[in-house]
Design a protein around this ligand. Structure first.
Ligand code: SF4
Length: 373
């Protein structure tokens, strides 16, 4: 069992907060799709015969690919055992016809970057859609038969009040969507958002309000019967993202495209985030990437970081089986003070973050990392 990720690094415009590898240009999309096909042909053996069960086309903005470009890409990919085929979309790309084309191509899950249901917020962060377009896009997906739709929201947008955020969450939960990802806005160097704050043109929402926003989100989602299954992710029962869950439990995956990452269980690789180099290297029959074989303590730390973020938690039996009894004993000792102060909960052999612990997850995870030999 393995996941396949395809990165589409193009966008129609750049959102002010974005530091993903994406660029506002469309002139090399055809060439890029051909390169992806070649990369798959060159690297498919890396999956060592594991069947691809989830396919995730992310970006950037994959929905700027035309149906024919997507079809050209999918022609060569192994779709036969794929149970979850997700594509990230921007609402303004989703017409009735485009949604039908996606469904015809086998897409059965859409992840939509909505970010806010407030048009003033959307304008301020340079999104190209309106709230009404987002709602219409969800309807188009459902009408086309893609019933598994997830949306992304951002909280802590400049000028956003707690009441405005609450209204956003209520709107999201009232829609016929199955999944909600919600991220606290972060200010990354090099983004326009960062520059606007530096120039004093926007004011950051304070930490206490962001904590209250997260609490509101958790309360409303729980009241509506949604599962809070990862720090930033909520789903109606039965609709967790299989692809992302596989990342969190260590399933191997292959990433195609500039800036895509891969993991085979022991080695990580990262394709260089540089479009021209990517295209040139593929044309030469190579992949420009950095590879790193993880030491046992690095795999241990990844397990701690990823599993503790999920509601399935960090299982001491799993850690003992993978890294030895001593590692599990050390973890137990390191976790004890956090259990005592209510930031971690121990259920049998499984540690989970409490609601209070989620807000301090970075420090808790850091404290549980392995002692490097
Ligand atoms: S659409 Fe997504 S990837 Fe593109 S600039 Fe906006 S946030 Fe970044």
């Amino acid at each position: 069992m393995a996941g396949l990720y395809v990165h589409i690094p193009f966008c129609r415009s750049k959102c002010v907060y974005c530091d993903f590898y994406s660029m506002p240009r469309l002139d090399r999309v055809d060439e890029y799709v051909e390169a992806l096909r070649q990369e798959w042909a060159m690297r498919r053996e890396e999956l060592r015969g594991e069947e691809v069960t989830t396919l995730y086309v992310g970006g950037g903005t994959p929905s700027l690919l035309t149906p024919r470009q997507l079809e050209r890409l999918l022609e060569v990919l192994p779709l036969i055992r794929v149970v979850e085929f997700t594509i990230e979309v921007n609402p303004d790309d989703i017409t009735r016809d485009y949604a039908r084309e996606l469904a015809a191509l086998g897409v059965n899950r859409v992840s939509m970057g909505v970010q806010s249901f407030n048009d003033r917020d959307l304008h301020a962060i340079n999104r190209r859609h309106t709230a009404a377009q987002a709602v219409a896009a969800v309807e188009h997906c459902l009408a086309a038969g893609i019933t598994n739709v997830g949306i992304d929201l951002i909280y802590g947008l400049p000028g956003q009040s707690l009441a405005a955020w609450r209204a956003n969450v209520e709107r999201a939960l009232s829609l016929p969507v199955k999944h909600l990802s919600a991220y606290n806005l972060s200010y990354e160097p090099g983004t326009r958002l960062w520059a606007l704050r530096e120039r004093g043109l926007i004011t950051e929402v304070d930490d206490d309000t962001c904590v209250a926003m997260h609490e509101t989100l958790c309360d409303l989602a729980a009241k509506a019967g949604w599962e809070h299954y990862e720090i930033s992710n909520f789903a109606r029962p039965g609709f967790r993202s299989r692809h992302n869950s596989a990342y969190w439990n260590g399933t191997p995956y292959l990433g195609l495209g500039a800036a895509a990452h891969s993991y085979d269980g022991t080695t990580r690789s990262a394709n260089l985030p540089h479009l021209r180099h990517y295209l040139e290297e593929i044309a030469r029959g190579c992949v420009a990437c950095e590879r790193e074989t993880l030491q046992w303590w690095e795999r241990h730390d990844e397990d701690v970081m990823l599993r503790l973020r999920t509601s399935d938690g960090l299982d001491l039996n799993v850690m003992a089986a993978r890294y030895g009894e001593e590692a599990a004993t050390t973890l137990t000792a390191k976790a004890a003070p956090f259990v005592a102060c209510g930031l971690l909960r121990r259920d049998g052999m499984v540690y989970r973050l409490t609601r209070a612990g989620i807000m301090l997850s970075d420090s808790i995870i850091t404290a549980l990392l392995a002692d490097t030999p």
